[in-house]
Write a protein of this length. Sequence first.
Lengths: 357, 357, 326, 326
Amino acid sequence: MPRETIELPYEVERLTILGEDGEVDEELVPDLDDDTLLRFHRTMLLARRFDERLLKLQRQGRIGTFAPVSGQEAAQIGSAACLEEADWMVPSFRETAAALWRGTPASALVLYAAGYNEGAAIPEDAHDFPIAIPVASQIPHAVGLAYGSKYRDAGEVVLVYFGDGATSEGDFHEALNFAGTYGTPNVFLCQNNHWAISVPRETQTAAKTLAQKGLAYGIPGIQVDGNDVLAVYAATREAVERARSGEGATLVECVTYRLSVHTTADDPSKYRDEEEVEEWKKRDPITRLQTYLESRDLLSEEDVDDLEEEIAGEVEKAWEEAEKRMEELGDPADMFDHHYAETPPHLEAQRERWTDG
Amino acid sequence: MPRETIELPYEVERLTILGEDGEVDEELVPDLDDDTLLRFHRTMLLARRFDERLLKLQRQGRIGTFAPVSGQEAAQIGSAACLEEADWMVPSFRETAAALWRGTPASALVLYAAGYNEGAAIPEDAHDFPIAIPVASQIPHAVGLAYGSKYRDAGEVVLVYFGDGATSEGDFHEALNFAGTYGTPNVFLCQNNHWAISVPRETQTAAKTLAQKGLAYGIPGIQVDGNDVLAVYAATREAVERARSGEGATLVECVTYRLSVHTTADDPSKYRDEEEVEEWKKRDPITRLQTYLESRDLLSEEDVDDLEEEIAGEVEKAWEEAEKRMEELGDPADMFDHHYAETPPHLEAQRERWTDG
Amino acid sequence: MAELTTVEALNLALRQEMERDDSVLVLGEDVGVDGGIFRVTEGLIDAYGEERVIDTPVAEAAIVGASVGMAAYGLKPVCEMQFSGFSYFAMHQIESHAARLRWRSRGRFGVPMVIRMPYGAGVKALEHHSESKEVYFAHTPGLKVVIPSGPRNARALLVSAIRDPDPVVFMEPKLIYRAFREEVPDDEETIPLGESRTVRDGDDLTMVAYGAMLHRTLEAAEALAEEDGVEAEVIDLLTVSPLDDSRFTESARRTGRVVVVHEAHRTFGPAGEIVARLVEKSFYYLEAPVERVTAPDVIVPFFAREQDYMPDVDRIVAGARRALEA
Amino acid sequence: MAELTTVEALNLALRQEMERDDSVLVLGEDVGVDGGIFRVTEGLIDAYGEERVIDTPVAEAAIVGASVGMAAYGLKPVCEMQFSGFSYFAMHQIESHAARLRWRSRGRFGVPMVIRMPYGAGVKALEHHSESKEVYFAHTPGLKVVIPSGPRNARALLVSAIRDPDPVVFMEPKLIYRAFREEVPDDEETIPLGESRTVRDGDDLTMVAYGAMLHRTLEAAEALAEEDGVEAEVIDLLTVSPLDDSRFTESARRTGRVVVVHEAHRTFGPAGEIVARLVEKSFYYLEAPVERVTAPDVIVPFFAREQDYMPDVDRIVAGARRALEA
Ligand SMILES: Cc1ncc(C[n+]2csc(CCOP(=O)(O)OP(=O)(O)O)c2C)c(N)n1
Ligand SMILES: Cc1ncc(C[n+]2csc(CCOP(=O)(O)OP(=O)(O)O)c2C)c(N)n1
Ligand SMILES: [Mg+2]
Ligand SMILES: [Mg+2]
């Protein structure tokens, strides 16, 4: 009777498959065909180059604030790749790589960064949510979507992205708890990139891992090397399968790193050492995958050069398309659009008056 | 490298000392003198009788809605008794027993239930917070108070009460996470009374225990038989000592039961079986302690009769005092008081105009 | 046709809409097995099961946030904040998502959800249980705010709110939950959102009210007729946002004198907007300052004082007389 | 005396108050090592250590809630919401506790805290970073709401807010953070909360503004003087709640014509209350409808449209002319 330990059905594992040197644990390598692996690589590289280009555009004052993805490409591609088209992707504000994987045109992302609402437009059939800026606030939406999928027996899984900082918000907690209670088909994908703007992971929470927070909701948690696209894929795949088969939600913590600024309004030299960044550059997820693909003769130096050129063209085209769209979007009165299915009279009146000056 | 289990410094224990039959685990019995044990019993009984009286008053329409404490007396007295006077007590809305232990006049509690703001008045030096109705919202305050104590090196510990339902709110999460990060001297005392109005504990969260939620914040959690005043005392005492010695916060889950209605506006027959209540009546914390005290010859049947009479008088007096206070509080314009340290002109003007009709 | 209380009428609306459309779901604290602490959702779980009538953990932000996701999925969640005083826990989900997702996604994801919440004072409830902060919602673009004033319009408005393609904050005056009954037709009835109604005709004075205050205002109007021989026109807003100013500004042009009544706090309260509209649209017809009869700028006191806090018939009559005599 | 930006002036206020009183603490996201994302708290952590300058997890409700506890303990927390658009996450702590604890405890626990938040549009920020929902706070009894309009008054008002025994929502217009410099005395300076000021004298028209809009209003006033020969009196509210109506109602009695300018949404916005006060206190002197020049009732658009969203000098001038010509 007296003081006894309660058996908790809980364990947090850490998964790495592709080592920092490009070596793999053959037993754990997920079953992926060569094409898919090459697509991983291509989209990761595209995201990186696109990021670099946006940074330049921002520095030139041609677009506004944006949140670079550099360093987190594996965490995003490895996870997004586990989704079917009909599955749902709910991003926070740094999911450029995942969005590109899901087919969001790069030009839309430019448009968004240039301050045009149309950049957030979601195509009619897409099962992607628009960017959510308030930290963690998108997580409950993912639970609602998943509830919908379950209610309609649609078999769709909902994957939601958020950061280490997001795990401190009440919305994270309430949403994961709902998912635990209702057994919704969710994958909670935390990109622990070590920083929430200037606040390091250790200040964010005293928990040893973020994955272990799943215990609070009776859902499994797993920690993954987030710069290892194979491990991210394998872990997310498991989670997606759990969800799809009706076994409920999983929390996946991808341990990764934000190689760049928080946003272009941020100056990391204020709060972190360049050495730390250098350390993490050595674990660059793209290099790591590239080494692996080269070792498997799936990619040559030449291929990479060709790819770089192709991607440069794609990025350039995205900018040109965005520029063109900006010109087309000439009428500022479009700020009155889309508030309601039908614009109510007072708003119509305001638009008219506004247009008259 | 590959898939390995992460060592988590975590274990949840369950503590019972005084069994349902009044037997004790002698090794674990906390060091408490006879007087203190008798005070436990007296205050628990007072809380019960006071509850019963309030229920009658409410049914007679002489007071408004209130939240009965019946069944949770051990959880409250066992924990509140661990505090020094200078320690802080932050209640939710059901802490009648704890409040009485801390010296809140029963008449103030009546006044509160009768709809008078003055019933929530806190004496100038008391380190007690007023009743907080929004579920879980008082928990962050406890962390702020504890931060103050730590900052001032005051050695004061802050104990905050909340229910099982409260663990679902974002405020619970954010507050415990803060406490983990800053190592504040907090005791988070959850009274898991199995119900949040009509929602059972199992719907509230899929977690096996509430105690295990501490893991999410890197703080220890323990589950206690909440109808066992000795176990509650022992566990809370440990938590208070941890806090006082600078080792940080603890989450204590007291497993207890709400024997009565949620509030007087509630009808439990809508959602729970009378059998369940009957089962729990057998584990009544007062009976349990009484049996133990009788077995130790600290209390006789006669003593209890005397006590009952004394308490009946005390409860009667509380009502009389409250009635008198209600008459004194004749001026409804007091609703303009206490909004600011100094009432601003517009509010003075409103008061005047209001008084003029 | 049955004589129903507002609670019963709301229940009828939910029941019929759930029957009609399996995308309508109800969720919130105690809305299932318990039937809602005011019994508005009574019996729904028996009829439609726990998948459609969802008892939730105590977590307002998740209730609203999950509803946003459900709505985007194509369902029509009707979620409940147990009291409007707890809706602030979900303010960020309401302001930043429910109200914005259609706009943000450029029309891709409409948010056809209803956030029901009992509001207002007068039923001897505890602290936070008597709030009237409709301004928080009415000042938030992307939302609609509806406040019925009796069983029949409560039912018809709730049906409209559920069918509305946009998020509607539906505030139910607790004071009229059971105060009186009205004939409510069994057959479907709707009232378009965004339209006020004239409840009493008159040419001497315009009185604007909504929710529970409508009834006190009507009583005041009767008293004025009897005691002062003044015929007041009484307008019931029904929808607070978008605000239909056509009736009250037209009426003011006839009467020249206006009283606005609400139980929300005075300062930066709803009446301010109504006065501003009157000034914008009927200025040259106003013969006297518009009178605001409102709760003062104090926190709703514990219930021993709540009737003093709320505008009562005497105060409304006094306000009307000031408007008439100025 | 130094020429400071508003950011520097606010920093000076914090620094001097922390120096003077060790009960003053600063907490929020990125306020420590980073010095605040706008640099308002720059250097404080070096001077006062991480016990007093606290980098918090991303958790607005806990930031405000913990501050309430600290304030009750006897400290004076100055907490930051990184942008006012994220303060809704803490709305329940603000409304239900910061604003109420003194009242609830009948004076036992004052809540001497400041909630700083950058607000308003105009700096090309992301969604949610350009909000002006001051009405949420101004309509909440128990709070004070202060909005400075330049470096010197920002500093003096922040000092007053910190010393105030009650919770103050201190909204900092981002647009003026670095837009211009002003002489700010090294020595202590305070401005009493709850007092507006007259920034420009005139007898033809009254213009009421605050925050960043003050400057556009002043420009409009100059344009009117030059182009129309109209002398406008311009009043800067400084404190939005409690609202000092003495100056603008007095001015209106002289000029008979009033324009109110704000970048908050129009409907149920701050101007409504100002119009209501004018009607209550200066009705018989008003010669024309009060003009409201405000943002429309649309969600603040992404930044390509934000200058179209905010009132600009032309629109203010146009509003003034309507008021003058009516
Ligand atoms: C509710 C809310 N509070 C504050 C902010 C400002 N903010 C933007 S990102 C961020 C840190 C987020 O950190 P994390 O979740 O780790 O994501 P990361 O930026 O690292 O991808 C903060 C505080 C916000 N966007 N939303
Ligand atoms: C934020 C908030 N939401 C809803 C309510 C209504 N309500 C009052 S008590 C309660 C259930 C609380 O359950 P629990 O935390 O287990 O405490 P118990 O009542 O069992 O003591 C609810 C939902 C509230 N008071 N505050
Ligand atoms: Mg991060
Ligand atoms: Mg409970």
